[in-house]
Design a protein around this ligand. Structure first.
Ligand SMILES: Nc1ncnc2c1ncn2[C@@H]1O[C@H](COP(=O)(O)OP(=O)(O)OP(=O)(O)O)[C@@H](O)[C@H]1O
Ligand SMILES: [Mg+2]
Length: 224
């Protein structure tokens, strides 16, 4: 696993002004494990996750994954790349409320493999893993916040990604549920040698991290 980026810059247009949310940042991640991205609200954490996950484009800078440049791919190539190599636990990547739990989890695998049977088998085993086997036929809007978060994690894992990007995955959970979700998440990423880059304000996440990156005002303050 190797993800690196150099001189990443991203600005947002606000009326006739532009706001620089990422101010030319660089770093390399070369090991699987849990990396927390911490920093005050507005420091650029979500923006960085969106750019690295190829959901949004940076204005400048280069991103390499496994030695291959990925920031300059076409939109189609980016979608394919996301499907094959990345998993997302994002608030903006909503679960689909009208589908059942298992349908939500299987969906990315169906897109990727076009094999319904295999996709549902994979989704089924992940739902067992996250402790939601008995809820698999329910619709998303019949689940609690913590259960939805576990569905989102199962869905992020279904295509066996190399990297998971998670934007404040424990933000809406009580501390006990959050610990349980994190235990499970940590076990899986360790087992499958995934790198998880998690933006968070939650010390329970930070405590479990292999590395912590601090962001301040669009800059990386360092990694420990
Ligand atoms: N779509 C947008 N249009 C304009 N400005 C934006 C947009 N998205 C983010 N910003 C600005 O860019 C900066 C970085 O935002 P970002 O969402 O990356 O912060 P964050 O570190 O994730 O904060 P939080 O901890 O509150 O989630 C902020 O000042 C924010 O107001
Ligand atoms: Mg954010």
């Amino acid at each position: 696993m190797n993800l690196s980026f150099e001189n990443l810059k991203k600005s947002y247009q606000l009326g006739d002004k532009s706001y620089l949310a990422l101010k030319g940042i660089s770093t390399t991640f070369s090991e699987p494990g849990l990396v927390s991205l911490m920093g005050p609200s507005g420091s650029g954490k979500s923006t960085l996750l969106h750019c690295l996950g190829l959901i949004d484009s940076a204005d400048e800078g280069i991103i390499h994954f496994e030695g291959k440049r990925i920031d300059n791919l076409s939109d189609d190539q980016k979608s394919k790349f996301r499907l094959v190599s990345f998993g997302f636990v994002f608030q903006s990547y909503h679960l689909i409320p009208t589908l059942s739990v298992i349908e939500n989890v299987a969906l990315p695998a169906v897109y990727k493999s076009r094999n319904l049977k295999k996709s549902y088998e994979m989704a089924d085993s992940l739902l067992q893993r996250v402790g939601l086997e008995e809820f698999k036929k329910r619709r998303i809007n019949q689940l609690s916040g913590g259960q939805r978060q576990r569905v989102a994690i199962a869905r992020a894992l279904v295509n066996q990604p190399k990297i998971i990007f998670a934007d404040e995955p424990t933000a809406n959970l009580d501390s006990k549920t959050s610990e349980a979700v994190l235990d499970m998440f940590q076990d899986i990423i360790k087992e499958q040698k995934i790198m998880a880059l998690i933006s968070t304000h939650d010390n329970a996440v930070a405590k479990r991290s292999d590395h912590i990156i601090s962001m301040l005002d669009g800059q990386l303050e360092g990694m420990v």
